[in-house]
Design a protein around this ligand. Structure first.
Ligand code: GLN
Length: 291
């Protein structure tokens, strides 16, 4: 279908195909996919528009367009997403990193540095996914060592691949298991705990955009009936972490008050704060504990 064409014709064909199949931004998506397919930046693509569309990528091109037309997120098709200034490999086993989560990373870096300055710090993270939180923390704070847990070994494989690309394997440790279970024997080692757990309620799962609901891992999204189960379990377990000084959660927009209350139930928590995302929605809860 796409052979014997110029690149411009392939682009135009793809745009109208995606438009017919219901895309809201068909030109943007066609351009993005085409640039990735051909390994070109915007200018490069523009300059090559009159050249023949290379036959050896035609099959892959058609597959990509079919997948996108079926609603699959572009990030899974091209295999990566940017987060905190770096590119992370993603697969359908991991949640696509969200810009809101960059605010969680930024907050933990700021609060952690103001608590600990240039000291060595150990950070625990639950819900590794692509590894974007832990790897960003390790890269931005060279004195920090992070241990991160995920239930999904497929996710951990993706995350390890990302840690390898950024050469931080000696400061990011990956563990497979449920919530903090794999960390229990070393719980006195950690000063900072951070998590973006699954927090969507059962009702909200039904209302998610199709692109999210049909393609992203429910293990990373669904937080039980009211979406708060992971916070309940984590806050209960963190009660017995003696050296914890900072707790930071990403939350759903309606969960601020309840997650704040759960964080306050950790003994010796002296201050908590609900923080907002770019849209002004409650998106994070921070808790500080003083020794
Ligand atoms: N923010 C994600 C979404 O809206 C959910 C992430 C999560 O459950 N941790 O799809």
């Amino acid at each position: 279908m796409h052979t014997g064409q110029t690149i411009r014709e392939a682009f135009a064909g793809a745009s109208s195909f995606l438009r017919e199949r219901g895309s809201d931004s068909p030109e943007f998506e066609a351009e993005l996919l085409l640039r990735r397919l051909l390994g070109l930046n915007r200018t490069g693509l523009f300059m090559k528009m009159v050249e023949p569309f290379p036959a050896d990528v035609a099959l892959q091109w058609n597959k990509w367009l079919e997948r996108r037309a079926g609603g699959e997120p572009i990030q899974y098709i091209v295999g990566d997403q940017e987060f905190y200034g770096r590119v992370y490999a993603v697969s359908p086993s991991v949640l696509i990193p969200r810009p809101e989560t960059e605010l969680l990373v930024e907050g933990v870096l700021q609060e952690g540095k103001s608590l600990f300055g240039d000291e060595e710090v150990r950070v625990a993270e639950v819900g590794t996914g692509s590894g974007c939180i832990s790897i960003s923390l390790a890269l931005e704070a060279p004195k920090w060592a992070v241990t991160t847990v995920d239930l999904s070994s497929e996710a951990l494989e993706v995350a390890r691949r990302n840690a390898t690309s950024y050469d931080v394997l000696e400061r990011v440790t990956f563990m497979q298991g449920n919530l903090v279970e794999p960390l229990i024997s070393q719980r006195d080692q950690f000063q900072i705990f951070v998590s973006n757990p699954p927090y969507i309620s059962s009702d909200e799962m039904l209302g998610l955009e199709k692109q999210v609901r049909d393609f992203e891992p429910h293990l990373a999204l669904h937080g039980g009936d009211d979406g708060l189960n992971p916070y309940r379990l984590l806050c209960r377990d963190l009660c017995s972490w003696p050296n914890l000084r900072l707790v930071a959660f990403e939350i759903g927009a309606s969960q601020g008050a309840e997650v704040e209350r759960l964080v306050q139930s950790i003994p010796s928590i002296s201050k908590t704060e609900i923080r907002q995302d770019y849209a002004g929605l409650d998106r994070m809860v921070f808790g500080w504990r003083h020794r």
